[in-house]
Design a binder for this molecule. Sequence first.
Ligand code: SF4
Length: 126
Amino acid sequence: MQKTRGLTYLFIAHDLSMIKHISDRVGVMYLGSLVEFATSGSLYKNPLHPYTQALLSAIPIPDPNEEKEKKRIPIDGEIPSPINPLPGCRFASRCKYAMEICNKEMPSLVEVYNQHFVACHMVKKS
Ligand code: SF4
């Protein structure tokens, strides 16, 4: 239908293992903010935002041996109120890389390389 009718689909889901197979481009949101946006291939091969990295590490691997060896990245800390978010990065209270600036300034979504955007003070444009 996409090809014959020229349609675009916006598919919203929590299951990143499935999204990989049906999406051309993927946007990852945290507390209502877009934190990473890239082509599917780029995002799954090289996730840049700490939240995306943690989400991808939680995807189960169908091979039990690989699954046993896999390192899952835990997300600790408190979820801030989405109604009255603190200034700065919305992921700061749960991010192990949080710096002083993270609690003061909301990072902008910047293109780090070809069609791969991320909102994180830690990631610099190459
Ligand atoms: S901006 Fe800071 S707190 Fe937010 S994801 Fe990046 S390093 Fe973590």
